[in-house]
Design a protein around this ligand. Structure first.
Ligand code: SIN
Length: 275
């Protein structure tokens, strides 16, 4: 287990209830109000996120979409996705909505928008409607996945780059893949993490197609092993927030055609991911 970077209970006068979700990553947090957070409140949330990589902050149903956007802006510039449905009036807030008429599908493992040169560092989902059962988001720690690799494999992967494209959204995005290191160094924690995902990573550059496919298949299985996972279960008003630089996620559509609606804001990396 990595050393905790910060003990929120000892460093704030907020009365927080912080419960780790799994041994790999994630914590549930109660007792926070993310509306109009002051500097010290923001520092608490930031430090908790650096420590746990995923937070489920419950009790935020009172946040308006404008409040959610303002909370996102505390972290940096917001991504305008450009392809997925948005919340009316906000081109930088996705509306991830399922119900009797159809389902938003993010069943495959991915790191948000890794097909852009500057992808999101942080994503957050505010649960507006939740199904009576299921509808969780599942996360996997890419720090742990990296750390468990053998030294020779780490050495090989650390030299490699991979191409990511967004063909799932628009076939033309095949023509402008983004190139990122297979292993990135997290600019804030300094830890190394795997940065390839089955959703968007198409090939490792410099390898033959056969070699690239073999390594990507191995990594997509390894990166998402159950031992690296944690699930966030939503209540109305749960805000899940995660760090795409060290986490992959997926959303099992295991709730039939019940209503599920989450509003998503994603905050862009300050610079391209680097090793
Ligand atoms: C996403 O992939 O951004 C959506 C995750 C979810 O619906 O839980």
């Amino acid at each position: 287990m990595a050393e905790p970077l910060y003990d929120a209970k000892n460093n704030t006068d907020l009365d927080l209830d912080i419960r780790p979700i799994s041994g790999a990553l994630g914590a549930e947090v109660r007792g926070l109000d993310l509306k109009d957070l002051d500097d010290s409140g923001f520092e608490t949330v930031h430090s908790l996120l650096m420590q746990y990589s995923v937070l489920a902050v419950h009790g935020q149903a009172h946040l308006t979409d404008e409040d959610l956007r303002n909370f996102g802006l505390l972290w940096g510039n917001l991504d305008v996705h450009g392809y997925s449905p948005t919340v009316e009036g906000f081109d930088d807030m996705l509306n991830i909505r399922s119900g009797p008429k159809g389902r938003a599908s993010a069943e495959g493992w991915h790191s948000d928008v890794s097909w852009k040169d500057i992808p999101p560092k942080i994503s957050m989902l505010l649960a507006r409607k939740v199904p009576s059962i299921g509808g969780d988001t599942v996360y996997a720690s890419q720090y742990k996945a990296y750390e468990d690799l053998s030294e020779p494999m780490k050495e090989l992967l650390e030299k490699l780059d991979a191409e990511h494209d967004g063909r799932n959204f628009d076939i033309d995005l095949i023509k402008k893949p983004a190139r990122h290191p297979v292993v990135l160094k997290h600019p804030e924690t300094g830890r190394k993490a795997l940065y390839v995902n089955a959703g968007f990573t198409r090939r490792i550059t410099g390898l033959s197609p056969y070699e690239s496919k073999g390594i990507l298949n191995m990594l997509s299985e390894h990166c998402t092993r159950v031992r690296y996972q944690a699930r966030v279960h939503y209540e109305v008003g749960t805000l899940s927030i995660w760090d795409n630089r060290c986490v992959q996620h997926c959303a099992p559509p295991d709730y039939g055609y019940e209503e599920r609606e989450l509003h998503r804001v994603a905050v862009l990396c300050d610079e391209r991911p680097s090793r």
